[in-house]
Design a protein around this ligand. Structure first.
Ligand SMILES: Cc1ncc(COP(=O)(O)O)c(C=O)c1O
Length: 389
């Protein structure tokens, strides 16, 4: 897998490090940058709480920047006012496979001598001004969890252009906790099962999986109380297993096919929305988006989900909170609720349509019909949403 990824990014294999999860890659990068108590890390107020956790594990402070409703990424104009003498890093996130304007972020980072880390967990396979995502800033990390561009059940990796960082990350990789036999078997079983679950079984399967993983009965993306409090779980700093590597080596070869599929599904959704006079997601000239998820804003999300559930339509719920999936006691994660009104409003109304490989022509047509039937429940634009609520 390391070789295949190195080939994909045209880097030396020593510049790729592999982890049990993407969040572990982020933690390793922050450690390699010597992030410590009191340091501040700038990140979008529209992310997953597992991105916030590694910052808090190191005693550093997450500083959230509101998003631009057009891009779903950090509003670049708002970054400057968040920089203090303690700022060390800007986390530039690729949200739903939609690229941020990295040159603008890098300019700000240069001005204040900050490191930019690309969070490419949603963005493998896309590009920015012709450069593959993950190769624009000094260092980047990716996830290979279930819903990601290619999956090893759970998993992650880092790519470092900077040779000092690459050396440190390679040293840490050797120190990572090794997965046990139970981990290896679980990965294999889950991968085999997921491959055989069709979109029709999406809702019962996801509910069962979420219940089992919440109760620690199965290996989930998040374990125990990781989503309740920022305390580092035992054996968090774990390396990748042999089973993940074996799966990843095969899957990475198919990634272009997977991404072409996502892009073609997204084009169908674009056409549909334009017909319905709904504004599709913004596609700038500077990026080749990969559409890991296709976002839409709905008037009543709960009702929309109930309808989807009834009609057996697969819908995603990312990001239903500025620090998904946390919906209360935000201060436990240092999130100042009320300070990022755009992200907070969008996170109350967003749903995402699937673009994954399971979405075949029949399912696509069912999703399209579902959207047409329920078009009155969809906002035509972000501005319409703001005016009406
Ligand atoms: C934006 C973002 N960054 C990082 C991660 C962490 O990835 P992983 O689940 O592999 O730890 C996620 C999780 O899905 C995410 O949504």
């Amino acid at each position: 897998m390391r070789q295949e990824l190195a080939q994909y990014f045209s880097v030396d294999p020593t510049q790729i490090t592999l982890y049990w999860k993407g969040r572990v890659a982020l933690y390793a990068i922050l450690k390699a940058l010597d992030i410590k108590a009191g340091d501040e890390i700038i990140l979008p107020a529209f992310t997953c709480v597992v991105v916030v956790n590694p910052i808090l594990y190191l005693g550093a402070k997450p500083v959230f920047v509101d998003i631009d409703p057009k891009t779903h990424n950090m509003d670049i104009e708002k970054i400057g006012s968040k920089i203090t003498p303690n700022t060390r890093v800007i986390l530039a996130q690729n949200t739903f496979g939609l690229s941020p304007d990295l040159d603008e972020i890098l300019k700000i980072a240069d001005q204040y001598n900050l490191t930019v880390i690309e969070d490419c967990t949603h963005g493998f396979g896309g590009s920015y001004k012709g450069i593959p995502n993950g190769m624009i800033a000094d260092v980047s990390f990716f996830s290979t969890q279930w819903n990601k561009p290619f999956s090893t059940v759970i998993g992650g990796f880092a790519v470092s252009k900077n040779s000092d960082l690459a050396r440190k990350l390679t040293e840490y990789e050797a120190e990572l906790i090794r997965p046990g036999l139970k981990d290896e078997l679980t990965i294999k079983t889950l991968f085999f099962t997921r491959k055989r679950i069709s979109s029709k079984l999406y809702w019962p399967a996801i509910e069962l999986y979420r219940w089992l993983s919440k109760n620690n009965l199965i290996l989930g993306s998040s374990q125990g109380d990781e989503l309740q409090k920022p305390a580092m779980p035992a054996s968090f700093f774990k390396g990748i297993s042999r089973s993940q590597i074996a799966i990843g080596t095969r899957e990475v070869e198919k990634v272009t096919e997977y991404i072409d599929h996502r892009k073609s599904i997204a084009m169908e959704f674009d056409r549909l929305l334009l017909d319905l006079q709904i504004e599709p997601p913004f596609q700038p000239d500077y990026a080749e988006h990969t559409f890991l998820k296709y976002p839409l804003l709905v008037k009543n999300r709960e009702e929309f989900f109930n309808l989807a559930h009834k009609d057996k339509i697969e819908l995603g719920d990312w990001f239903l909170s500025p620090i998904h999936p946390v919906i209360s006691d935000y201060d436990r994660f240092n999130y100042p609720y009320g300070e990022n009104p755009i992200a907070e409003k969008i996170s109350q109304h967003i749903i995402n349509l699937p673009t994954n490989f399971h979405v075949n022509d029949e399912q696509l047509s069912e999703i399209i019909q579902f959207i047409m039937r329920n078009r009155d429940g969809i906002y035509h634009s972000y501005n319409e949403m703001v005016k009406s609520c």
